[in-house]
Each structure stands twice: as C-alpha cells, then as structure tokens.
Write a new protein. Structure first.
Length: 238
C-alpha cells in the first residue's frame, strides 16, 4: 500500500512521488510549495551573505589595524615600534642599553616611559631597539644603560635632547585628535617602502619619519648631533 502524507498546505492526504514530498499536486499547493522553497532559499542566502561579510569585515579590520581586540592606538604603537626596529637594524645597532647583539627577541624600548609622559609614546627619538628579556623587562627599561648607550652611539647632546628637550618641545600632544586609522596605514607604507629611502644616519631617519608621520613635526636637523663629544667616557662600554 502506497504511503500517504498530509499536504503542508491544504492538509489533505496524498500519495507523494517520494517520501519527502509533503505537498500534494493541487495547483495552489504547488504554488505554496514554490513560495516556501523560495523563502527558504532567501533565508539561506542571507545567512551565507552575513557569514561572508563577517569574514571580509574581519580581514578589513586586521589589515587596517581596526581589530576590536586591540585599540587602534595600540596597533599604531606596534607599527611605530616595528619601524624603530627596522631603522636600527638597518644600521646594525645592538640593544641601546646593554649592547647585546645575541638577544633572540628585541623590543622597541622607550627612554621616557609612557607612564612618565604619554605624549612621547610615538616619538621615534624616544624609542630605540632594546633587548626584550633583560633590559626592557627585567631592568624596567634600564634607563641608566639607555643614557650611556645614547652617549656612546651618538653623543651627549643627543642624550640630553632625548632625556630632557623632548619633554619641553612636546610637553603635551593631543593624541586624542590623532586619526589612528590613517596613521597606521601611513606607517605601514613607510615600512613597505623602507628600502627606497636613502638614509645616512638613524637620527636623520628618525627626524624624517617623525615629520612624515606628522605627530612630532620639528625643525631639528641631524647635523646638530653629528659630532661625537671629545670627552665621551663610554667608548669602551660595548
């Protein structure tokens, strides 16, 4: 005996062509079936569209530094730190504060911490390549070694500029007005195009990139820090 099913539309029993077809052959019921299938298809398409958009949106956020797991200001800090390490690697510099060249991992260490002066957190003069485990972490930035490293690598005048003059020149910077999305894109482009720049010193590189990024524009010239101090007492430090 043929199996009968109740039609989903008219509720009359019918003998379906297959066991899954619970719509009878009445024209109205077939029309209702078509509308039902169309609705289900639309719902499925919308779900698929939302899923695809979620994937695309995440990719866009990750690419532009909008990942909601990390605030844009911190993503920007990551990109600035990456630029700092690229600059110092370009000139084959070791850790600024201990001279270590064997450290597996390097950070970008601040001479003036973000807690001491938040306005200088992105200033390239205030950030130099620093070994992660020892100086930046265990020694809390190793400020004394940092100062000696600045003198040894550059001169006393540059050390004083970083340690004292930056605070005066950029005592307050309205970082709340920074368009982090655009700055992230800009720094990432500088990183991509880094090898196209003709850099003569890490100081001139920091001056140029600071001015391009636009938060710490300055008229300072690298020539101001060209000569080593004759009374440099740290020549044998590293």
């Amino acid at each position: 005996m043929a199996k009968t099913l109740k039609c989903k539309n008219c509720k009359e029993k019918h003998s379906p062509f297959n066991s899954l077809d619970n719509w009878c052959n009445n024209i109205d019921c077939q029309t209702a079936k078509a509308m039902h299938m169309l609705k289900n298809k639309r719902i499925q398409d919308e779900k698929e569209s939302k899923k695809n958009w979620a994937i695309q949106k995440k990719a866009i956020k990750d690419k532009n530094g909008w990942n909601t797991k990390k605030p844009p200001k911190d993503v920007f800090q990551d990109e600035v730190n990456k630029l700092v390490r690229i600059i110092d690697n370009h000139f084959n510099f070791p850790c600024i504060s201990c001279g270590n060249i064997n450290e597996v991992k390097y950070d970008a260490g601040h001479r003036i911490s973000k807690g001491a002066n938040l306005s200088l957190r992105y200033n390239l003069h205030n950030i130099h390549k620093q070994c992660s485990k020892n100086c930046n972490t265990s020694l809390s930035g190793n400020p004394d070694g940092y100062d000696q490293g600045l003198i040894h690598r550059y001169n006393l005048k540059y050390k004083n500029f970083v340690k004292y003059e930056l605070r005066k020149e950029f005592n307050y910077v309205n970082l709340g007005g920074v368009d982090y999305t655009e700055k992230i894109k800009l720094v990432r482009k500088l990183i991509r195009d880094f090898e196209t720049f003709k850099l003569t010193s890490s100081i001139s590189a920091r001056i140029m990139f600071n001015n391009i990024i636009g938060i710490y524009k300055s008229d300072i010239l690298a020539i101001d820090f060209t000569n080593k101090d004759e009374d440099n007492l740290f020549d044998n430090l590293f």
